[in-house]
Design a protein around this ligand. Structure first.
Ligand SMILES: [Zn+2]
Length: 216
């Protein structure tokens, strides 16, 4: 029951988060209700059910039949799985997963995130787990990230998130997490079409890797 509740909450959260983040990248005033980017017609509530509506509509707008970007649907599925896995975890893991989802959505559409969100989420994580922080692993991970950040092989936001994870969960967990994320990253780079030199937003990859880590 808890897993179903977590999954439904995760799917709704992902749908809301991706929609709001996408809206923040659009110019001009935005309608209050959800709308189709192609015909700008409002989307009815029954066509806005996370995960299901995309399948029922076969990935097309009911009004103009334009294709809907599947990115939102992938995000909703990730939210569904993520929510069902995270719900039974300690508060620090739940907070970290929520924080990572906010940052990953921003990274996906903007290749950056607002520092205020990171520091707010980090503060809540640290309060949840203040008795068992791993200071030395965090210092090591931060030190190891300086050179890749300087040479633009790693975003400074990515480095902040990985350092926070080391502080909360220790070195071994973070190394396994990074190993999974690197594997996923390589697969995504090989699979994607178009310009492969375009930087890969790494935080969504880290979020999926967290999901894999929690499920094994
Ligand atoms: Zn439309």
């Amino acid at each position: 029951m808890m897993m179903i509740f977590g999954g439904l909450t995760g799917a709704c959260w992902a749908s809301f988060l991706l929609c709001q983040t996408w809206r923040s990248t659009q110019n001009g005033p935005q309608p209050a209700r959800s709308y189709c980017p192609a015909c700008r017609g409002p989307i009815a509530g029954y066509d806005n059910i996370p995960v299901l509506s995309f399948l029922i509509l076969r990935g097309r707008c009911r009004q103009c039949r334009a294709a809907i970007d599947p990115l939102g649907w992938y995000g909703e599925i990730a939210g569904l799985v993520d929510g069902s896995l995270v719900i039974r975890q300690p508060p620090s893991v739940i907070t970290f997963a929520v924080l990572l989802s906010i940052l990953a959505a921003s990274d996906l559409y903007r290749y950056s995130f607002t520092d205020g969100w990171f520091w707010l989420g980090a503060a809540v994580c640290l309060v949840c787990d203040w008795r068992s922080l791993h200071w030395l692993p965090a210092l090591l991970v931060f030190g190891a990230g300086i050179l890749p950040v300087r040479h633009h092989q790693l975003g400074d936001g990515d480095s902040e998130v990985i350092t926070l994870a080391a502080l909360l969960f220790g070195l071994i967990s973070v190394l396994v997490w990074l190993l999974i994320a690197s594997g996923l990253g390589i697969v995504l780079i090989l699979m994607r079409r178009g310009d492969r030199r375009q930087p890969l937003p790494f935080l969504p990859v880290l979020l999926v890797a967290l999901l894999v880590l929690l499920s094994i």
